[in-house]
Design a protein. Structure first.
Length: 288
């Protein structure tokens, strides 16, 4: 029996594109999106979407509303001086997650989920699994998976400190496949992978060779490191017809994780709608 896996990338505010595509998918499926997959894996903003779908049973337009400008402006505030710490304090972000998830734990997941973070002490990926760590508060896991370095401070869960899962892998598709195979070793695995768009802007190598740490920070080195395409290349080679990737170049969209301008958010939402227009039919055929 075929098992269907949903993998969702990180990307800050660009998760609005992922949420928009999944909202359209949810409206077109014969059953709710939470009942259409056997496993959901998410990193950073993708982890928040995964938690919302599985634990809060969020569907349709409510998926998009997570990325309302009001929510995003509260998450990405107040500004702090970078030289003294992270760009944002993290308190407002935690408040949003508390309002959404309240006292829910991972055990409330309707469909099994894996949310990734980066364990600072062990210096490796951490996978929060609903079936083995169901006692953990969803709000705390949401804060950990989205603790992007330089943007937000590290988050503590049970005495361990975590950063955004994208530090290790922004696209969790390979984790999704490996864990699905552990759960269902004899079954066919089909993976729908949702991106957040990628930046193809050229960097001037002659200038970059003279850059120091501050210049690289200004150039977005954190995002460059988090937006590696290697997972997609490997998945495409390994899984072939059992793998479908939804993603495209960012055109007219600021690639930064925290650009909450009205124009930018409208462009990101349009990107998700374009994905659905171009790949919606193929996606429905893939998972039904």
């Amino acid at each position: 029996m075929t098992k269907y896996v949903l993998s969702i990338d990180g990307g800050g505010v660009r998760g609005l594109a992922s949420a928009t595509f999944l909202s359209e998918l949810d409206k077109s499926l014969p059953k709710k999106i939470s009942k259409s997959f056997d496993l959901i894996v998410g990193t950073s903003t993708g982890g928040i979407i995964a938690l919302a779908i599985s634990i809060l049973k969020t569907e349709g337009e409510d998926l998009i509303n997570i990325y309302s400008r009001e929510n995003l402006k509260e998450i990405f505030s107040p500004l702090r001086y970078r030289i003294l710490g992270s760009k944002y304090a993290g308190k407002s972000k935690r408040k949003i997650f508390e309002n959404y998830f309240k006292g829910e734990t991972l055990s409330s997941a309707e469909v099994p989920i894996i949310i990734t973070a980066f364990d600072l002490e062990k210096r490796r990926i951490k996978m929060f699994k609903s079936w083995s760590e169901g006692y953990l508060p969803a709000r705390r896991v949401a804060a950990a998976t989205s603790a992007a370095p330089t943007y937000f401070p590290a988050e503590s869960i049970e005495g361990q400190w975590y950063l955004d899962g994208a530090v290790s892998t922004n696209n969790p598709v390979l984790i999704a496949y490996a864990e699905a195979k552990k759960l269902w070793p004899e079954e066919e695995i089909k993976i729908l992978s949702i991106g957040t768009g990628y930046n193809s802007r050229r960097l001037d190598g002659r200038r970059a060779r003279k850059w120091g740490s501050l210049a690289w920070l200004n150039a977005g080195i954190i995002q460059i490191l988090m937006e590696s395409n290697i997972e997609h290349v490997i998945a495409l080679s390994l899984f072939e017809h059992n793998y479908l990737r939804i993603d495209s170049e960012l055109l007219g969209i600021k690639s930064s994780f925290d650009n909450t301008s009205k124009r930018n958010l409208e462009s990101i939402k349009t990107l998700g709608e374009t994905w659905w227009k171009d790949l919606g039919k193929q996606t429905l055929e893939f998972i039904t």
